[in-house]
Design a protein around this ligand. Structure first.
Ligand SMILES: [Zn+2]
Length: 276
């Protein structure tokens, strides 16, 4: 997961209008205790615009989407009911969701099915458990959960938002591709911890993919260092590294971590510091 810039004016034309129209209709439905309808967010134009921003990869796990799945339009704050897990008893309850953000451009991400949909998957420890962000949206303090737009100022979400947080401050990668919550001022990041848990960023198939990616990147790093130490131009190996560091590539957070660790003394001379 890396920080992603959502450019001003990047929303598809017409989304704001259709979102406002749908919100008016849903507010009327709420008054009548009728079912809400959410369609404005799901247009092809929205999906295309999101994929352009997120580089056709999952905003959470950085797996590439094209080739094996279309990608889900994901609501950072769930549009429907939110499932709340009691931190002590682990009992689940359901509370009202953020219907007013259902088609809000800043609330929309793109995610892979494994991060987004609740399904039984194998975690890093070999245990099968239900993984997927789904309708979860944990907060630092549940009593501050917003019931309307005005209440959002008090909320402190526990899930990382790639367009607002810098995931590099909350997640750190180990030598085998595993990920763990980073320490912030000596304390394990609750945001890193919760995001790994709910999105399954340590699920075993993802670890395999990151481990494979690590081997490829490390080969390029080793060849680059060997060339530099011998006084040669690293050539294609350095080109490969630069390509792997492009924000639209898979597993860029891991690549950046490896480059920082293993090419620290060459970052400035190679211009790689500008890509971190
Ligand atoms: Zn994913």
């Amino acid at each position: 997961m890396i920080k992603i810039s959502r450019p001003v004016g990047s929303a598809p034309p017409g989304l704001a209008k259709s979102a406002a129209r749908e919100l008016r209709s849903n507010r009327e439905a709420l008054k009548k205790n009728e079912k809400l309808a959410f369609n404005a967010y799901s247009s092809d134009a929205v999906k295309t615009a999101l994929k352009k921003i997120f580089g056709r990869k999952c905003a959470f796990c950085e797996s590439l989407l094209l080739g094996n799945q279309p990608g889900d339009i994901e609501h950072y704050r769930p549009k429907g009911a939110v499932v709340v897990v009691d931190p002590v008893t682990h009992v689940k309850t359901t509370v009202a969701g953020y219907y007013w953000l259902a088609a809000k451009w800043s609330n929309l991400l793109v995610a892979c099915a494994d991060c987004n949909r609740p399904r039984t998957q194998t975690d890093h420890d070999g245990d099968d458990r239900v993984i997927g962000k789904s309708s979860f949206f944990p907060l630092e303090n549940e009593s501050h959960r917003a019931a309307n737009p005005k209440g959002m100022g008090l909320e402190v979400p526990l899930l990382l938002n790639p367009c607002e947080d810098d995931p590099a401050e909350h997640l750190e990668f180990l030598h085998d591709g595993r990920v763990q919550a980073a320490r912030v001022a000596g304390v394990i990041s609750p945001k890193g911890d919760a995001t790994i848990h709910y999105c399954g960023l340590a699920r075993i198939e993802l670890l395999q993919m990151r481990s494979r990616h690590r081997r490829i990147v490390m080969a390029a790093i080793r060849h680059t260092v060997a060339a530099l130490e011998a006084g040669h131009d690293p050539g294609a190996d350095l080109d490969d590294l630069v390509a792997f560091m492009h924000p639209h590539e898979a597993y860029v957070a891991l690549t950046r971590s490896l480059v920082k660790t293993h090419l620290s003394q060459y970052l400035h001379s190679l211009g790689l510091n500008q890509l971190l």
